[in-house]
Design a protein around this ligand. Structure first.
Ligand code: AMP
Ligand code: GLC
Length: 454
């Protein structure tokens, strides 16, 4: 397959049409990411000071939340040991203070909404309306210039302003992101792949706090949008999810009545009750974006334990198992589009047909490569440069298997009445960081698809 040519033509097509899609509404989670690139020696010394035995307990099993230093350091080791991402709420003030003093290398825009707002508004120049739970000066300063708006009420009227124009000073919601590269070693552990542990010192996004001006004027705000992306449900728990879910249900009703397609960015949701509630709500979305761990976690609550295990058993992930899981999810919920991404390839299952679905995936893979390389996507030019990164060889057996099983041609086939679209991605050998790549992929592919439809 001549993927190089398909990449180049998909990019050109999306680039010329991307500004025609209208406004995108982004809700609900925005925060500040304080990125700390871990140093093995420093981490080891800290573990020793806090007490090796206490810390190691949590490297075996993650606590539910972080309430002490052994839990913080143990959770970081848990991620390093497995090369897996994890995120926990940090409750204790003294641990928050410790993380602050430990410091960071970079402050970056965080949260699905914040990351997508900067990419869509700041780089693609697609107007976005973003929900930002707390507008501190630190937070607003992280927004790029461009058509990015937050709703505010002035003299009883809703006005859309750039976050930097927000006059007040609210709290900072800081997530400490402990990043490590593949091969990172500490004590007896060695990271099998690059990843991060996130400690969220944040009382707003973690409970899905929704601002009054957003709640009270949702219909008016939504009316001016053409597309919407919802995210930030992942930190809720069985104790606190009911109220926010009621509001989300109401918002979805408004968006559906207005005929606005809504994408759900499904981040890893540890609480099973919340995952079940998301599953019940999925039929109200047009589209969902997820990775293999997230798809497996949904299969588990659907009672498909065998399939869940299959999804996590191979590297690269078995695409036939992924397709089976996506079909089950689409049939159970009626959702129209499922976008799966993993290290090396993406798949999309849609109840509609056309090459534009695949082309939007190709565009997204270029944006993802730029994000992996630089930690941020500074401009469309950096996305063009990603064209030089070779297509991942590991995806070849995946493509072969899809061609055999579903007679796939040029990345497209028909499976059970749906279209299945596949692309091999570009992999950056030494990524700067890992956080936010998934958001870059999902938002670029979702809006890219609508750009190509317009
Ligand atoms: P998530 O874990 O949901 O944030 O998504 C991470 C995704 O980023 C993976 O599924 C890959 O598709 C992509 N990715 C991870 N590492 C790289 C890399 N080094 N180069 C390009 N894409 C990557
Ligand atoms: C989660 C984290 C946030 C991070 C984002 C990246 O929302 O809470 O800190 O920026 O994921 O995908």
């Amino acid at each position: 397959m001549a993927w190089g040519r398909l990449y180049a033509s998909a990019f050109e097509k999306v680039r010329t049409r991307i500004r025609e899609i209208g406004r995108v509404l982004l809700a609900y989670n925005t925060n500040i990411d304080a990125i700390h690139y871990l140093d093995g020696k420093d981490l080891e010394e800290r573990v020793m000071r806090v007490g090796l035995e206490d810390v190691l307990k949590y490297s075996e099993e993650l606590p539910e939340r972080v309430e002490s230093l052994p839990q913080l350091l143990g959770s970081i080791l848990w991620s390093v040991k497995r090369g897996k991402a994890a995120e926990l709420f940090v409750e204790s003030c003294s641990t928050r203070f410790y993380m602050k003093r430990w410091g960071w290398d970079e402050l970056r825009m965080g949260g699905q909404v914040g990351i997508m707002a900067n990419l869509l508004g700041g780089v693609y120049r697609v107007p976005v309306i973003a929900h930002v739970p707390q507008l501190s000066r630190l937070q607003t300063g992280l927004f790029k210039e461009g058509p990015i708006y937050v709703p505010t009420v002035m003299d009883g009227e809703v006005k859309l302003i750039h976050p930097k124009e927000f006059a007040g000073e609210e709290e900072s919601c800081i997530h400490f992101i402990y990043e490590f590269p593949r091969g990172f070693s500490v004590l007896d552990f060695e990271a099998p792949r690059e990843n991060r542990f996130i400690g969220a010192a944040d009382d707003y996004n973690t409970t899905l706090f929704i601002r009054d001006e957003f709640r009270e004027n949702f219909e008016e705000i939504a009316e001016s949008a053409s597309l919407a992306v919802i995210s930030g449900l992942q930190a809720l728990t069985k104790e606190n999810y009911r109220e926010p879910f009621e509001i989300i249900g109401e918002h979805l009703e408004v968006l559906n009545e207005l005929g606005i397609p809504v994408h759900l960015e499904f981040a890893f949701t540890p609480d099973e009750a919340v995952r079940r509630a998301i599953l019940d709500l999925l039929g109200k979305f047009w589209s969902v974006g997820l990775n293999e761990v997230e798809l497996a976690s949904i299969m588990e609550v659907m009672g498909e334990k065998g399939l869940a295990q299959k999804l996590l058993a191979h590297d690269p992930v078995d695409p036939i198992a992924v397709t089976e899981a996506m079909l089950k999810l689409a049939e159970k919920t009626g959702i129209r589009r499922i976008h799966f991404h993993t290290y090396g390839y993406y798949l999309a299952l849609t109840d509609y047909k056309g090459e534009f679905v695949r082309d939007a995936l190709l565009f997204a893979a270029l944006a993802a490569a730029a994000k992996a390389k630089l930690g941020d996507v500074p401009s469309i030019n950096e996305i063009i440069k990603a064209m030089d990164i070779p297509v991942n060889e590991r995806a070849k057996p995946v493509e072969d298997s899809l061609m055999r099983e579903y007679k796939m041609e040029k990345g497209i086939s028909e499976v059970g009445g749906y279209q299945l679209s596949f692309i091999p991605t570009k992999i950056v050998a030494k990524p700067k960081s890992t956080v936010g790549i998934g958001d870059t992929i999902s938002s670029s592919a979702f809006i890219g698809e609508f750009a190509l439809r317009s």
